[in-house]
Design a protein. Structure first.
Length: 368
């Protein structure tokens, strides 16, 4: 089959999901395509990954508030590529994708990645439309399904909805062999887009609290990613001159993120909204002890009782105390990391994700 994935062009978790699907196709039974669309330029790392996986790709740059020309260009590309399946990982171009699918008898699948709390009014409009236009809608978690149903009301068509969790390549993300200790520099870090819903700013204040609570230790906060809020966080870090060290490591490839995670002692994730965080899954697969924000989109991964990581309020002092607690309890830290790795192996592998997608595709094609 020829499978085209429609993805946002900027940094985020979508590309990790798509490339995880592609890498799971070990026997190369399918031809894969990616159309990147959005206001952000296409990063060269994504280009390199497409070439490494022999994926045909295109970039459709849009202007703010006027995406229509980019949509039309993407429609021309789809017509040229002639995919059997179109998977919209970003929902905004759903009308154009439906136009192509209708004319070419292709299957159209919409995947809802964005957290309901962060959706704009226009994004909700496209979510409404996807219920009518897509053959199937994929939601990531039971919690998200409940919120989605509440928001859409009578326009939520349960027969169209399938639950499929994101998966990651467990051969790329694996534990470090280094022994963690309280000696030397202690590295904590977060990999995520710098956006209004992510709270890297809180981690700057957490680092300050750590230096107050444990002045005998040296801490480094490592932040990977880019985005609209990056400069604001950099300014905040500069204004706190008493901090040990903050490093901004930029946009990293998946392989670079894997190595980057294995250098950390604790993974920290401050956020106001999540659905199913790829960054958290990657940290869990790396067997890292985790401290993250206590919100529903995080608890669905780390467990309501903290089986796979610790959830805390977005309070810098509580965050810092919890980090120190993990450092001073290495047995607990190792147990959390070990359980988190096992959990990702059981529930969040990319091969299982691919098989679940293929089952949905087969179901759609059988009905048509």
């Amino acid at each position: 089959m020829k499978i085209a994935n429609i993805s946002y062009s900027g940094f985020g978790g979508l590309e990790s999901v798509i490339f995880s699907l592609i890498s799971a196709d070990l026997k190369k039974n399918n031809d894969w395509y990616i159309a990147f669309i959005g206001e952000q330029p296409l990063d060269e790392r994504y280009v390199a990954r497409c070439k490494a996986y022999n994926v045909t790709y295109s970039m459709h740059r849009s202007t703010p508030g006027f995406p229509f020309l980019a949509w039309l260009n993407m429609a021309s590309w789809l017509k040229k590529m002639k995919p059997d399946i179109v998977i919209c990982h970003t929902i905004n171009p759903i009308l154009i994708c439906k136009w192509y699918a209708k004319l070419n008898k292709a299957t159209l699948i919409a995947v809802e990645h964005a957290s309901p709390q962060t959706k704009s009014r226009s994004e909700w409009v496209f979510s409404y439309l996807s219920m009518f236009l897509a053959d199937k809608i994929i939601l990531l978690t039971k919690e998200y399904k409940a919120e989605f149903k509440k928001s859409l009301g009578k326009f939520f068509f349960s027969h169209k909805v399938k639950l499929i969790a994101n998966g990651i390549d467990l051969k790329v993300f694996y534990p470090s062999k280094l022994n963690r200790s309280l000696n030397g520099l202690i590295k904590i870090g977060m990999a995520a887009r710098f956006s209004f819903s992510k709270r890297q700013d809180i981690l700057i204040l957490v680092l300050e609290q750590l230096s107050i609570l444990r002045p005998d230790l040296f801490f480094e906060l490592k932040l990977a990613g880019n985005g609209n809020e990056l400069e604001c966080v950099k300014k905040l870090a500069t204004s706190h001159s008493n901090l040990n060290l903050v490093s901004f490591d930029g946009l990293l490839s998946e392989e670079e993120v894997s190595s980057w995670l294995r250098e950390l002692d604790i993974y920290v994730h401050a956020t106001d909204a999540e659905t199913l965080s790829t960054s958290l899954l990657q940290a869990m697969a790396s067997s890292l002890p985790i401290v993250s924000s206590d919100i529903s989109g995080v608890r669905n991964l780390l467990g309501d009782s903290g089986e796979y990581g610790l959830c805390v309020p977005n309070d810098p002092k509580i965050f810092a105390k919890t980090i120190i607690y993990l450092l001073e309890n290495p047995t607990l830290s190792k147990d959390l990391g070990r359980r988190a790795r096992k959990f990702t192996e059981e529930k969040y592998g990319n091969e299982d994700m691919l098989q679940n997608y293929l089952k949905v595709i087969e179901e759609c094609r059988t009905k048509s």
